[in-house]
Design a protein around this ligand. Structure first.
Ligand SMILES: Nc1nc2c(c(=O)[nH]1)N[C@H]1C(S)=C(S)[C@@H](COP(=O)(O)O)O[C@H]1N2
Ligand SMILES: [Mo]
Length: 455
């Protein structure tokens, strides 16, 4: 047992199933189904040693969940050389907080840890970054940059950014922009792609022209079904005939007055890494429908078929599949539209240590649900046995996120997990664990959990 006590944390990282078996007792030893999952004796001692304190509600700890204290926010890159520091790497990028976590270098991908999303409006330096290809070219004269609107329109347009600003009325909204793969790290078995925690989200103020006004100026034909967006960023391979990504949405979403052709972020020209000089913002839908470095809006008479459309790309099963299945997404899959409900605790980081004797804690966070909005947020400190409702902020505009706050209580010193759970307006709650597994890992939205150690 001595060896296990020292290594159970490592064991959880390397082989969660074996760690569970060691901690909760092997199923084969079966003392009857009612005993399975009971954390006691040697298992409890090992777990206590691993998390660094008495687990206050240990009798309620569910089997099969990696304790939050041992879950990593982001794994090290798979092929990291032995000499490289292990664990998440900080991002070093001009204009970006080095609290961001680098998930990939090429293409550049960086996540905002949940506790850095503590502002009502996400500051630009803390906004996550997701590229699929190279970074778009610099534009010497942003107002001269041209965007083409063509396809199923009566009058194709070639609009410069200058014309976009002078011909149309600009609006400013605070809007959710979330990667379709946010939460992917929660999938088991691991799904393909960046292993995001819950930090591929930002809610910044975007200023721009409603895309619908531009589309109306071009005159949308009745045959229009879908948009197809194009950006100026070259494919990673450098092959000019390939798009790094080219997605779109059904017309109804493109015609929503909150879908913008944006040219400012938080009151400033959009920084280059976020798509300068213009990008689309499709709030509440997978971030991949918000192209940066926008060059073209192609109005299609069918669902767009650009890079990142079809197959298992941004598509989720309409009939659940066996986790780990090798499927091509052609049958019983649908394009992911609205993002699912999610909440995060932002006032404290995972692994927060509090002074001995702390009995109350003021906490805050954010919650959002794509097109649906959030009905409520609840927090538990006893592994989900009891939940306490949180106060919620008003929305500034549709597709804003909710900020929530409240106070939680701890009966004694020890190890706790603070779990947050939101419910959307249709009545759906976040699940305990990532549901509806799919090969590319979309739609994982289990509770946010942080470990807190008191004393
Ligand atoms: N041109 C272009 N636009 C793009 C991408 C891209 O690779 N190229 N990535 C998309 C994805 S997958 C996401 S999640 C968002 C991220 O926006 P951000 O980097 O400004 O945070 O941009 C989207 N727009
Ligand atoms: Mo994304």
């Amino acid at each position: 047992m001595t060896k296990l006590e020292r290594s159970v944390g490592e064991l959880y990282r390397d082989d969660p199933a074996r760690a569970e078996a060691e901690i909760f007792g092997r199923r084969a030893e079966g003392r009857g189904a009612s005993r399975r999952g009971f954390l006691g004796g040697a298992g409890l001692a090992a777990m206590t040693a691993a998390v660094g304190g008495t687990i206050v509600y240990s009798e309620l700890l569910p089997e099969g969940l990696i304790p939050a204290a041992m879950a990593q926010t982001a794994p090290p890159p798979p092929a990291a050389p032995a000499a490289a520091p292990s664990g998440p790497q900080p991002l070093t990028y001009p204009g970006k907080s080095n609290g961001l976590i680098l998930l990939q270098d090429r293409p550049l991908v960086a996540e905002t840890p949940e506790h850095l999303l503590d502002d009502a409006t996400t500051p630009t330096d803390k906004f996550f970054v997701r590229n699929n290809g190279q970074i778009g070219p610099e534009t010497a004269n942003p107002d001269a940059h041209v965007v083409v609107i063509d396809g199923e329109v009566n009058t194709p347009l070639r609009l410069t950014v200058g014309e976009l600003k002078s011909r149309f009325r600009a609006v400013t909204y605070r809007l959710q922009l979330e990667c379709g793969g946010n939460g992917r790290a929660a999938f088991s078995p691991q799904a393909r792609g960046n292993q995001w925690g819950n930090g591929a989200i930002g809610c910044a103020e975007w200023t721009g022209v409603p895309l619908r006004d531009v589309l109306k100026a071009a005159g949308v034909k009745p045959s229009a079904v879908h948009t197809g967006y194009f950006g100026a960023d070259p494919h990673l391979s450098g092959d000019a005939s390939r798009q790094s990504i080219s997605r779109g949405t059904p017309m109804a979403k493109a015609m929503d007055r909150h879908t913008l052709v944006a040219f400012a972020m938080n009151g400033q020209p959009i920084p280059h890494i976020h798509g300068d000089p213009v990008r689309i913002i499709t709030p509440g839908w997978p971030g991949s429908t918000s192209p940066k470095w926008l060059t073209r809006v192609w109005v299609r008479d069918k669902v767009h078929d650009g890079a990142g459309m079809g197959g298992t790309s941004y598509r989720i099963p309409t009939v659940p599949i066996v986790p780990g299945s090798n499927v091509d997404g052609r049958e019983n899959f649908a394009d992911m539209h609205s993002m699912p409900v999610r909440s995060i605790l932002t006032s404290h980081a995972n692994g927060t240590k509090l002074a001995k004797g702390t009995r109350r804690l003021d906490i805050r966070g954010a919650a959002w649900a794509g097109d649906l909005d959030v009905r409520r947020v609840d927090v538990s400190v006893d592994f989900g046995q009891t939940w306490r409702p949180m106060r919620m902020s008003e929305l500034r505009n549709r597709y804003d996120w909710r900020r929530w706050s409240g106070t939680i209580e701890f009966p004694t010193d020890g190890y706790y997990e603070v779990w947050t759970r939101a419910q959307d307006r249709s009545g759906r709650y976040q699940p305990h664990v990532a549901a509806n597994w799919n090969p590319q890992g979309y739609g994982a939205n289990p509770f946010h959990r942080i470990a807190v150690l008191i004393g």
